[in-house]
Design a binder for this molecule. Structure first.
Ligand code: G1P
Length: 285
């Protein structure tokens, strides 16, 4: 079955970006002329998803504003002859649907995703952590395919040096990798380095079968006292087919100022309108 909905948790306070995030949610920081969240949405659309569920916070009304039509602005643009820009604004949410749900209490990633249950319904869904920007939709599309063929949940993983695993969720493989797909028997959130079951870390993309909702609702506080999405997946992996796909796409961790700047430069270089001039400028440094 084609995965139709993607849940994007975006309720965080953005403390690593203060003071910039005091007035502007980091999901709206520009990457070229796009807000960062649109880059993640475009990745989802490229994988055939057409319903975006954003888990936001009532303290960040600007996130919902981005998706609201603004007729006055459209009229002003048309009057100035800027119809191309007006058309780009009209395209936001035109061929896809956006639902905004709110997480009133920051109880962890598992809780944030759980807030999207009603909007998604009883069907498989993707979860996309917007702090990680991927260079292509192909990873998510591949994960959708593995979910359909195995009838089980799928996570994206990266292989990292041992000393980095304790900052991430980690999978415990139950067999060897075949064509980039690894069967999984267990997952652990942020294990101490010497207890990590592998070097494969969760990298912000998930395609989950509908029975994940029950596990998410049953969560009790885990690592850091938070309701951890990884713990819900652990319960799924213990009883159902569960796989990891080794990511082969570029990944930018925009969760901190240096990562965000790096992503802006890399994606700027790849942008047909900005790339050549940006490369020229960088060459003068
Ligand atoms: C979250 C997940 C973790 C995953 C990571 C990927 O952690 O809980 O399993 O590896 O995202 O970015 P966070 O970075 O929110 O602490």
């Amino acid at each position: 079955m084609q995965v139709r909905s993607a849940v994007i948790p975006a309720a965080g306070l953005g403390t690593r970006f203060l003071p910039a995030t005091k007035a502007v949610p980091k999901e709206l920081f520009p990457i070229g002329d796009q807000p960062a969240i649109q880059v993640v949405i475009d990745e989802a659309l490229g994988a055939g998803i057409d319903h975006i569920v954003i888990v936001s916070s009532r303290d960040k009304p600007a996130v919902a504003d981005y998706f609201e039509p603004n007729n006055e602005l459209l009229a002003a643009l048309e009057e100035k002859g800027k119809s191309e820009t007006a058309d780009r604004l009209r395209a936001i949410g035109r061929d896809w649907r956006v639902s905004i749900v709110y997480q009133d209490d920051p109880k962890g990633l598992g809780h944030a995703v759980g807030c999207a249950r009603e909007a998604v319904g009883d069907e498989p869904f993707a979860v996309m952590l917007p702090d990680e920007i991927m260079s292509s939709s192909s990873l998510l599309a591949q994960m959708n395919g593995v979910c359909a063929s195995t009838q089980g949940s799928v996570v994206a993983v990266l292989e990292v040096p041992r000393d980095q695993v304790s900052a991430y969720g980690v999978i415990d493989p139950s067999g060897p990798m075949e064509d980039g797909v690894i069967p999984v028997k267990d997952l652990v959130e942020k294990p101490p380095t010497d207890e990590a079951p592998s070097n494969y870390i969760l990298t912000g993309r998930y395609v989950l079968t509908a029975d994940a909702w029950g596990e998410i609702e049953a969560l009790t506080p885990g690592r850091g006292g938070e309701l951890q999405l990884t713990d819900a997946l652990k319960a799924q992996a213990a009883r159902s087919p569960f796989h990891a796909v080794l990511s082969d796409v570029g990944r930018y961790d925009t969760g901190n100022p240096l990562g965000f700047l790096t992503a802006s430069i890399q994606l700027g270089l790849a942008n047909p309108e900005l790339g050549a001039d940006l490369r020229k400028f960088l060459g003068t440094l």
